[in-house]
Write a protein that binds this ligand. Structure first.
Ligand SMILES: CC(C)(COP(=O)(O)OP(=O)(O)OC[C@H]1O[C@@H](n2cnc3c(N)ncnc32)[C@H](O)[C@@H]1OP(=O)(O)O)[C@@H](O)C(=O)NCCC(=O)NCCS
Length: 153
């Protein structure tokens, strides 16, 4: 049996007490990470904020905003040592299920054109490109565009 089949991670709500660990992961995996304030604001705004955890280890996390019938995935991350083991797919599947439970009919998200891993993940689920947001992301002296992806739920 593979190590992955033996693991059964838990998806649970994110709390302020998680933010030290979340920020540590965030800073390792993004060149332009979210700040503690970004996560705190998301919690305070009542966004759907989740920790994907196995035992004491945080495998990943996700932040989603749901308004009316539209879900907007704002952050989906897998800690570097857990990447490329199928956890991103499993976490995204759970987030899509949550969006459906909130009666969302569409999920939207932005992704950097340079983020090959994320594009592969989302396209594998059937997300379609619907727009390009110019200069959306910080990227050093110039800004990077964002591809807006959509999936009908
Ligand atoms: C994007 C991310 C969530 C993927 O999570 P993961 O657990 O590594 O991905 P999985 O192992 O579940 O792989 C799912 C698919 O993603 C794609 N993928 C993941 N890592 C990849 C890589 N390094 N290169 C190319 N494609 C990759 C593949 O299409 C893969 O499907 P496959 O295994 O059938 O080829 C993870 O790399 C991550 O957290 N990156 C940093 C944060 C980030 O960019 N988040 C998304 C912001 S929009």
């Amino acid at each position: 049996m593979s190590a992955q089949l033996e693991l059964n991670p838990l998806l649970r709500p994110m709390h302020t007490a998680d933010l030290d660990a979340v920020i540590r992961i965030e800073r390792k995996i993004y060149l332009h990470p979210w700040t503690r304030g970004n996560f705190r604001d998301s919690l305070n705004a009542g966004y759907s904020c989740w920790i994907y955890q196995f035992a004491q280890s945080i495998i990943g996390y996700a932040v989603m905003m749901v308004a009316a019938d539209e879900a907007h995935l704002l952050n989906l991350s897998i800690a570097s040592k857990w990447q490329r083991q199928g956890w991103g797919k499993k976490l995204l599947q759970q987030v899509l299920d949550l969006a459906r439970q909130h009666r969302a009919r569409v999920m939207l998200l932005e992704v950097r054109p340079s983020n090959v891993a994320a594009l592969g993940l989302y396209q594998g689920f059937g997300f379609k490109r619907i727009a390009l947001r110019q200069g959306y992301y910080p990227a050093g002296p110039v800004r990077e565009d964002a591809i807006l992806l959509e999936m009908r739920l």
